[in-house]
Design a protein around this ligand. Structure first.
Ligand code: TXA
Ligand code: MG
Length: 336
């Protein structure tokens, strides 16, 4: 460590530098990223594993570090809407959503512009691309300093629980990436909402930090789910069923806890059998969905660390942020 609280520049290859979220740390993170290295950085949703989206060799590194299939397209992160419009063509619906929710946890899938610098690999060869302008001030400064689109999936090994704290990133990726920009815990806790605006009605490809209700209010119409329309399925190629998976098996809608299970709870009520649980974690005792979203991935990791074979999850409402929480939990429970 040097006097800035950061690892020394030129740390031996294989070591992951932990950079403080100060001007020196930001400058070093941006320098590494522009040099084609991988840098994990905080957004308001989860930590992203960033690479220069214009550099195919750098983007290849993301897939290798995560052990992620290469047909899965990545989100390009930009510091503001002006920078985003250089890469993708926003129609009227996309512009309204961008105006209402950027910067913030909304990703727009739009046609790529002819002049886009985002490489084919980051887009998985698609004619569209996913654009996001994060609200985290540290992410904003980092992206502005990089000055290029930054491709970033969540900074976890493929299929595992997404990282909401710097130590989660290191647990999965230490030694596999050049640096981690430390921004503490991420406040939203579930990934961005992904909406496709490719002509016709907008489609919800992934529920996330912006609720379906908030989208409908801005657009004056319901947003269709990709699942509700099979023809939309191929446009969300990254939506694998099993995902966000802890080591333990996940049992949903548990009304009671079996002895030895770990219990993931929501709200003030205690389910039957709780005293015999191996461990328990309440996402929000007062039943607040924003608090629960922020705690979800930490809670799953914590209960997994208890060594229990099963994580039993009590029912969580499906409205508002509950849609994204239940989506992540269903994937965590899906057959592997
Ligand atoms: O909050 C977030 O969105 C985080 C932070 C780091 O920004 N990122 C994130 O990235 O969750 P990732 O790679 O885990 O999820 C990206 C999603 C995938 O479901 C992918 O299939 C979809 O966006 N996606 C990306 N490009 C697409 C495209 N051209 N068409 C359809 N879906 C696309
Ligand atoms: Mg992910």
């Amino acid at each position: 460590m040097n006097d800035r609280g950061s690892m020394p520049v030129g740390a031996p290859s294989g070591a992951t530098a932990r950079l403080a979220g100060d001007p020196a740390g930001l400058a070093e993170a941006a320098r590494l990223l522009r040099a084609g290295r991988l840098v994990a950085f905080p957004t308001e949703t989860v930590y992203g594993l960033g690479a220069d989206a214009t550099n195919p060799a750098a983007v290849t590194g993301i897939f290798d570090a995560k052990e992620r299939p290469r047909f899965n397209p990545l989100i390009s992160h930009l510091p503001d809407a002006t920078a985003a419009r250089r890469e993708g063509a926003l129609d009227r619906v996309a512009e309204r959503l961008a105006e209402a929710f950027w910067p913030g946890p909304l990703t727009l899938v739009v046609p790529a512009t002819p002049g886009t610098r985002v490489c084919d690999l980051a887009r998985a060869g698609l004619p569209s691309l996913a654009l996001r302008v994060p609200a985290s001030p540290l992410a904003h400064e980092f992206l502005a300093e990089v000055g290029r689109p930054v491709a970033a999936p969540s900074a976890n090994r493929s299929g595992r629980v997404s990282p909401t704290r710097p130590e989660h990133v290191l647990a999965d990726l230490d030694g596999r990436i050049a640096a981690l920009l430390d921004g503490g815990a991420t406040p939203v806790g579930v990934e961005s909402t992904v909406v496709a605006c490719l002509g016709g009605r907008p489609r919800l490809l992934r529920p996330g930090g912006i609720t379906r209700e908030a989208l409908a209010e801005v657009l004056g119409q319901e947003v269709w789910s990709a699942e509700a329309d099979d023809s939309a399925r191929p446009i969300g190629p990254g939506l694998l069923a099993s995902h966000y998976a802890p080591r333990a098996r996940v049992r949903l809608d548990a009304r009671s806890i079996e002895a030895g299970d770990a219990a993931l709870l929501f709200g003030p009520d205690s389910p039957g059998g709780l005293p015999k649980a191996a461990a328990s974690f309440n996402l929000s005792e007062r039943g607040d969905l924003a608090e629960a979203a922020a705690a979800l991935f930490s809670g799953l990791r914590r209960l997994d660390a208890s060594g229990a074979a099963v994580i039993a999850v009590t029912p969580i409402p499906t409205t508002g942020l509950g849609e994204a929480i239940n989506d992540r939990l269903r994937r965590a429970a899906a057959p592997r």
